[in-house]
Design a protein around this ligand. Structure first.
Ligand SMILES: *Cc1c(COP(=O)(O)O)cnc(C)c1O
Length: 426
């Protein structure tokens, strides 16, 4: 499949090159030049298909001209190798739990797919450096997916003091080929440094590759679990609305890609915290970036969401503007949502899932003809202080988290791009 750049439709590359490059030279993101639409018979018959078949049908059109069928299947099998439960809270609200992977967050899906694809393409005999900025969960997922992979060095930038303790330990304790760097600043600064490094000709010999959701290999595999939801809720009577807690808007942009391929989700809602550039833009038509503010849902503390341009392109190309909307949620409402979920349904949500629930609930109160799903993007144990304080309970720590908590974090600290370059050149 040919992919083109969102900033220059004439800049065209193959899927593998889009993966290798991450961004186009003019800082555009890659999107597919053609989106195949799967017939309604495919969607109506999802119940008869397993996870690998579903994922293959959705992803192979983009890869199959460059990657043979068996390799595609092998990459897919290793990616969707953990459960994706849909928990019904009541008749109208369900939760899609995406935290059953090794680092307890949905980013395991994209990170695993990317690592498998990387190994398939480079066959471990080309030395590459994976450079990635994290607002919390990407770093751990990427580190876990690439640890010990021959020929790959992984460098992770995280905003110092702005990720949770477990998130920090997940990316700073693996050692081996994984290097963590704390940046004195916010996630947007980390992301800006990464983008700059990719365009820095003095670093070409490092064979830098990205692992952020700007990369097609992180972004696209995320569309698949929305087909799983549709399959799980096949018996429902009302059209589906899905609320996705959003920061860089990669996860929801993947959902919209699935919709463009025919997945019958009636409405998508991007739920943000008070870093609300997109909901404000959609309400007022004015694009105004504000300083990123720290919140309880720290993985969404992003004020310049990279993937929004993909959503705009998908809409342009696909027409149906009304199916996408975005609403924000304060920390006060997030805490309220955590308590309400526990009191009403005995469900323990993390702060990100709670943002998704809050936005969904408001929509459903005014639109009774829908059935709703909110996405639980991380395990509540990744944010124990917030959840325990809100609910006045003690959370149980899974065994792998206990092991993690006994380890010591190792990282460098930087504040400028020049310091990053110095570390990369070492
Ligand atoms: C990354 C992340 C998000 C935001 O996802 P985007 O694809 O960047 O919108 C939401 N919740 C959690 C827990 C995350 O780690």
């Amino acid at each position: 499949m040919i992919f083109y750049s969102t900033t220059d439709p004439n800049y065209k590359v193959s899927f593998i090159d889009a993966f290798r490059m991450g961004l186009s030279p003019d800082k555009g993101l890659f999107i597919p030049s053609h989106i195949p639409v799967l017939p309604s018979s495919f969607w109506n018959d999802l119940v008869s298909k397993d996870a690998t078949e579903i994922a293959f049908s959705l992803l192979s059109p983009y890869m199959i001209d460059e990657i043979d069928k068996n390799s595609c299947l092998s990459i897919i099998e290793k990616t969707y190798a953990f459960p994706f439960p849909v928990v019904a809270l009541d008749e109208t609200i369900s939760c899609l739990e995406l935290f059953h992977g090794p680092t307890l967050a949905f980013k395991d899906v994209g990170a695993r797919f990317m690592s498998e694809l990387h190994q398939h393409i480079y066959q471990n005999d080309v030395n590459t450096t994976v450079l990635v900025a994290t607002s919390g969960d990407t770093g751990g997922a990427v580190a876990q997916s690439f640890v010990g992979v021959a020929g790959v060095d992984v460098v992770i930038l995280f905003p110092k003091g702005k990720v949770s303790a477990i998130q920090e330990l997940q990316l700073t304790t693996l050692g081996k080929n994984i290097k963590a760097i704390a940046v004195e600043g916010d996630f947007d600064l980390c992301q800006a440094m990464v983008k700059r490094a990719f365009l820095d000709t003095s670093l070409v010999n490092l064979q830098l590759s990205s692992a952020n959701s700007i990369n097609v290999a992180r972004w696209m595999p995320q569309m698949v679990y929305y087909a799983f939801v549709y399959k799980m809720l096949a018996k429902r009577k009302k059209p589906l609305v899905v609320s996705v807690p959003s920061g860089n808007f990669g996860n929801i942009a993947a959902g919209l890609l699935a919709s463009a391929m025919g997945l019958p989700i009636a409405k998508w809602m991007a739920a943000t915290n008070i870093n609300d550039t997109i909901p404000r833009f959609l309400n007022t038509g004015i694009w105004k970036e504000q300083k990123t503010l720290p919140t309880l849902s720290n993985a969404m503390d992003v004020s310049v969401p990279s993937n929004f341009v993909r959503i705009q392109k998908l809409q342009e190309f696909w027409g149906a503007k009304s199916v996408f909307s975005s609403q924000s949620c304060t920390d006060f409402d997030t805490l309220h949502a955590i308590r309400e979920l526990y009191e009403n349904y005995h469900y323990i949500a993390d702060p990100h899932g709670a943002v998704g629930y809050h936005v969904l609930k408001h929509f459903l109160q005014e639109n009774k003809d829908y059935q709703g799903v909110f996405v639980e993007t991380a395990h509540p144990i990744k944010f124990p202080e917030t959840v325990e304080n809100a609910l006045n309970i003690k959370l149980e720590y899974p065994e792998n988290v206990k092991v993690l908590l006994s380890k010591t974090a190792v990282y460098d600290t930087i504040s400028t791009y020049e310091e990053l370059v110095e570390i990369l050149r070492r």
